[in-house]
Design a protein around this ligand. Sequence first.
Ligand code: FES
Ligand code: FE2
Length: 401
Amino acid sequence: MSRPTSQHHFLQSALTESVEHNRALPAEFYTSEALHQLELTKFFGVGWVCLGRTDEVQSVGDYFTASLLGEPVIVVRSGADQIEVLANVCRHRGMPVAEGRGNTKKFRCSYHAWTYDLDGRLRNAPMMNKPVPAVISADNAVAARALSDCRLPSIRSYCWGGFIFASLSAAETVANPETAKENCEGKQHVLADAAVDLKALQRDVGAYHMEEMALIGCFEETWDCNWKSLVENFMDAYHLSVVHPKTLRPLTPTNLCQKLSSGKHHTSYIANYTEAAPARDNHHPELTAEQCRQSRLFCIYPSLVASVSADTLAFFMLQPNGLDKVSVKWGLASFEQHLTEDQKQARIDKWRAINEEDHAILQRLQTGLRSSYYQGGVMAPEQFEGCVGDFHRALVTALLQ
Ligand code: FES
Ligand SMILES: [Fe+2]
């Protein structure tokens, strides 16, 4: 795609400001439709977008439907060790073949009853395999051939830490991220690089064993802010004590935060607990005593932010919904497998309160970001806003590709 030189210059200068002067992004990132479209193409369109947790589809046949950057998709467990992401578009005349979530043995289109196996293969197309008059037998042979290898398009997907990621990047599935790098070209590099980058994050959060944490609640919402504001806010230790004086400051005040690893596709920080904070008893045995007194917050670009502690994982999967709105699927998982309903509700209520504080701030922030007086200011030292700077640099670098 050819790009106006002025936009290229603008992005280069935004990158320079971010790298050399540690400044927040210019207003255009929050107001320009052209930049927003570029983000969708260059950051979301080629990256791994997080759609859900693996235990949302725990048993064979469990599925849920979702939107992947506007594309209707089905996430389904097609085998004990296999999760598929399929286009939710009937190969006959385009009807979505599944709705909501549930468990099924097959997907049956509600329009003309074509049915598909859990891996997307067409199982039956009523009345289309019957003998037909000789006069149209040639057409019928063509149709039979077309149907024999007909299937719902499979979208490349990848699981890590109990999260399910998918990418619209138009290439074959990366079956093995360990070896994907050598096999990939062009856009696929982004996906392979991301898988490799996750190894660094794995070293920092692997001991928490998120993949063993059980889902205790999951909610879909629309937040009234630019998608970047949500990422920035989640990865910003600087606001913790100010915006969350009752919910988070007693546990993880800003002054105890530390920067953690970052790479082309992720950034992370540690929120250490105060001495008064209660110990967390239920945790994976690999965790050190120090790790039990920390929450580790990370972002896997472009769409996942999460906070993991010894006993709880809180996650936000996000997709832009225009310049001023972001679709959010947030939820909690717990290392304790047998929480009572009251205990689950208490954790959900706690996080809902934190989210309400953040959402209120981000709604108001939009007004300032749209003002002609807004300028990206100097950001706080690395342990407080370093992750925000990491995110900005990764984003602008991707837009310049
Ligand atoms: S559109 Fe699905 S069977 Fe016709
Ligand atoms: Fe917050």
